[in-house]
Design a protein around this ligand. Structure first.
Ligand code: PEP
Length: 255
């Protein structure tokens, strides 16, 4: 399957930014700028912004996602949010396994897998993040790290469920650092991810998966990154908080 047949997806990951009123204002600014986009657009926002974000984007082409979810349906998990809660409020996507969750909140491949399975079972579309540390790249084990993450994070995810999974390749050394992977580095690892999916599933299942690049993608480098065969979109942190920058990335993905 060629790239043009895969869904190009640009997703903003707002992290811990924007209050509900600020979320409304930002999305109202973004909406008219991306109205004619030829790609899928998602804003993944803090839990407390979900209602405001859904209200602000009703009737637009912007979809809303959360930044995490728990795997249990309910119970004694103070501070956590279930997939059912996200579904009922109207979220469609959820970011899982982001490197900041892995780095600061003890997320492991096992818990990423549990969350991924739960999200899929609830009808949410997970954006599963994988990526190597700088030290791992320097030790020349990027492929080993990525292969392990893909295998474990998607453990027991069926071929049918894979249709609703988006994978984001986010080299940890490029997130929020202003240091972007070169387009060739991004392509090399995104192609490697697709090859792992061929091994775990089959060629046609792997060909249909949207693989994003994330890590300091912005309005200046999006064109080149998104021109690569296996880079089907972007997961955008900092630049997703500036309407004009986010819209420019959406435009680059619409070409
Ligand atoms: C991210 O948070 O997923 C991300 C890629 O951040 P940034 O674009 O700021 O590097």
């Amino acid at each position: 399957m060629d790239k043009a047949k895969r869904k190009a997806i640009i997703a903003g990951n707002w992290k811990m930014n924007k209050t509900p009123s600020e979320a409304k204002a930002l999305l109202s600014e973004i909406a008219p700028l991306v109205r004619d986009a030829d790609c899928e657009i998602i804003a993944c926002v803090p839990y407390v912004d979900l209602a405001a974000a859904l209200e602000a984007t009703a009737g637009t082409n912007i979809k809303i996602g959360a930044e995490n979810c728990h795997w249990a349906e309910s119970g004694a998990f103070t501070g956590e949010i279930s997939t059912g809660m996200l579904r009922e409020i109207g979220a469609e996507y959820v970011v899982l396994g982001h490197s900041e969750r892995r780095q600061y909140f003890g997320e492991t491949d096992e818990t990423v897998n549990k969350r991924t399975k739960a999200a899929l079972a609830a009808g949410l579309k997970p954006i599963v993040c994988v990526g190597e540390l700088l030290w791992e790249r320097e030790c020349n084990i990027t492929e080993e790290v990525i292969a392990r993450q893909i295998k474990l994070d998607l453990w027991r995810v069926s071929e049918e469920e894979l249709k609703n999974v988006v994978i984001a390749y986010e080299p940890v050394w490029a997130i929020g650092t202003g240091k972007t992977a070169t387009a060739d580095q991004a392509e090399e690892v995104c192609a490697f991810i697709r090859a792992q999916l061929v091994k775990l599933y089959n060629q046609s299942a792997a060909d249909a998966v949207t693989i994003q690049y994330g890590g300091s993608m912005n309005d200046g480098n999006a064109d080149e990154l998104l021109s690569k065969t296996n880079v089907d979109g972007g997961l955008i942190g900092g630049a997703s908080l500036v309407a004009t920058k986010f819209a420019a990335i959406v435009k680059a993905a619409s070409k």
